[in-house]
Ligand binder design. Structure first.
Ligand code: PAN
Ligand code: ZN
Length: 192
């Protein structure tokens, strides 16, 4: 393995961005509009095309032994009754895990098992200070249920890789929506 130099990154809370920026990936509504339940609400917001989330990847070799790490920022907001969320994915190397550390805000981490059996769904709370473990073989999506940006760090093996296609097509079996002013976990009737 080639010697890689140690590197520091810092999240600037005054400007809500990472420094140095690294690789910045932004997801606006039109990058994921089909993933929201309420397509009428999507149509109304499409022209405005709000940013849903962004993440700052520190550039690390995609090799075994390294640790990829990034800071994600999910903006507060809803499409219809569904909160802003990440697309969600599972790792190409399914046996790789991930740790999330919540730095600011409040949300839910939606996890769905990726096995041959019927998927199991679990939800972990994300709040300032939460250290959440995504074990191997669980697809993961973060949802901002609060009224400020949800900011969290993700740390995972260098060679984990990402698979989006299946979730883009099928979604998760549950959705996180606002009901009577509070987050509720409901079945995704379109799942599958
Ligand atoms: C995270 C995610 C990040 C953005 O770093 O990549 O929060 O979510 P999506 O990748 O689902 O768009 C992670 O889980 N990396 O493996
Ligand atoms: Zn991941």
């Amino acid at each position: 393995m080639e010697l890689f130099s140690p590197v520091n990154s810092k999240f600037n809370f005054a400007e809500m961005k990472m420094e140095p920026e690294g690789e910045l990936i932004t997801r606006n509504l039109t990058d994921m509009d089909w993933m929201f339940k309420d397509q009428r609400a999507v149509e109304k917001l499409k022209a405005e095309d709000p940013q849903i989330y962004r993440y700052y990847n520190v550039k690390i070799p995609e090799e075994k032994g390294h640790l990829q790490h990034c800071i994600s920022v999910i903006n507060p907001g809803k499409i219809g009754e569904e909160y802003y969320m990440t697309k969600g994915h599972f790792h190409a190397r399914k046996e790789t895990a991930e740790v999330y550390y919540t730095i600011q805000g409040r949300g839910k981490l939606l996890l769905q098992s990726v096995t041959d059996k019927k998927p199991e769904v679990q939800v972990l709370e994300m709040e300032k200070g939460s250290l959440s473990y995504v074990p191997p073989c669980w697809a993961h999506r973060c949802v901002n249920t609060g009224n400020e940006e949800l900011v969290f760090a993700g740390i995972y093996p260098g060679d984990a890789g990402h698979i989006y296609g299946e979730i883009e097509e099928k979604g998760f079996a549950r959705l996180i929506v606002e009901r009577e002013g509070r987050p509720a976990i409901i079945d995704n009737l379109k799942y599958g």
